[in-house]
Design a protein around this ligand. Sequence first.
Ligand code: FMN
Length: 356
Amino acid sequence: METDILFSPLTIKNHTFRNRLGVAPMTRMSGGLDCIPRADVLDFLVSRAERGAGLVYTEAIVTDYESAQGYPGQARLTTQPQIDAWFKVVQAIHDHGAKAIMQMFHCGRMAWPEVNPAHRAIAPSAVAPAQNNPLTGSPYPCPEEMSHFDIDHVIQGFVETARGAVAAGFDGIEIHGAHGYLISQFLSSYSNKRHDEYGGSAENRFSFAREIIRAVRRVMPDDRLLLFRVSNWGIADMQVSLFASQQEWQTMIALLDKEELDALSVSTYRFSDPAFDSGQNMAQLTRAATSLPLLICGQIHDRATADAAMKDADIVLSGKSMLLNPDWVEGVRNGKVMPLYSSDEANVAYTEEPLP
Ligand SMILES: Cc1cc2nc3c(=O)[nH]c(=O)nc-3n(C[C@H](O)[C@H](O)[C@H](O)COP(=O)(O)O)c2cc1C
């Protein structure tokens, strides 16, 4: 009998995922002054573990108190009450047999300065995103070019948040290097116009990510997983290819491959789309440049798309289907006909009504 790869376990280091279906990171903007998500938002994560997901990501957790926050109500993970709240969630996810991964991010130039304690917007270069902030309907402010002091301070924010995740018992930590947020802004020559050691060549543009990866790895026990998320698209620059060519993408992946990472998560708008006129999709192009385990995401909504995505990846993540359909994992298992949800439908993420 043919093995059902989607529902077969996967071991990375000393962690065994019971299947290959995960809840993608999803920001819900539900936190109060304590920067802890609402109880029903945390319960949602546990419920997806209970209903069969192999791994569950947190929302993007904000790294420093100065300039990292891009949306209201985002979570943080540096105080004891925040650690205590997430500890319970991680325990419950484990009790249901799934793995828990904390994602952390700095918004960089995609900032809403009013929601940041220091009201600052910082980025590799003083260049604003092309599109308006979808939440305010206004242009993003032009960011300040980060000084070397800013760079060190931001790296410390990632380190402190990683320590929080270790204390809360997460199996893994993901550095969010995708979607046009700060790390992605450094990686892309579209937003990185620096002339120092953090700008110019692909290697230089990768320096900031490398420093974060290494600093974070140093505070993680060996048994925890370190992941990195990448994409060629940015939320406020949807039409832009953040990497200039297939070669540039693969150079960046090869640089990531040299670091002490345990997996790469490739985020796409639609996983099957050919990229860079290569005739290959992002997972295929990535696989050609690294032997790291790959997670893939983007319009994987039923058995057929999940099977197709698994041809070039090791784990598939779903955002909208996991959000909107509590029975999605079982639906995939049974080959049920299931819809492809729209971004508008995903706005339920921001209502106060608990999700089923
Ligand atoms: C409500 C919502 C919030 C999201 N927040 C994040 C986030 O915090 N971090 C992240 O990397 N991606 C985030 N995403 C993107 C998803 O992780 C995923 O890449 C995207 O939804 C595409 O997958 P899908 O087609 O299965 O929905 C979010 C998506 C949605 C719908």
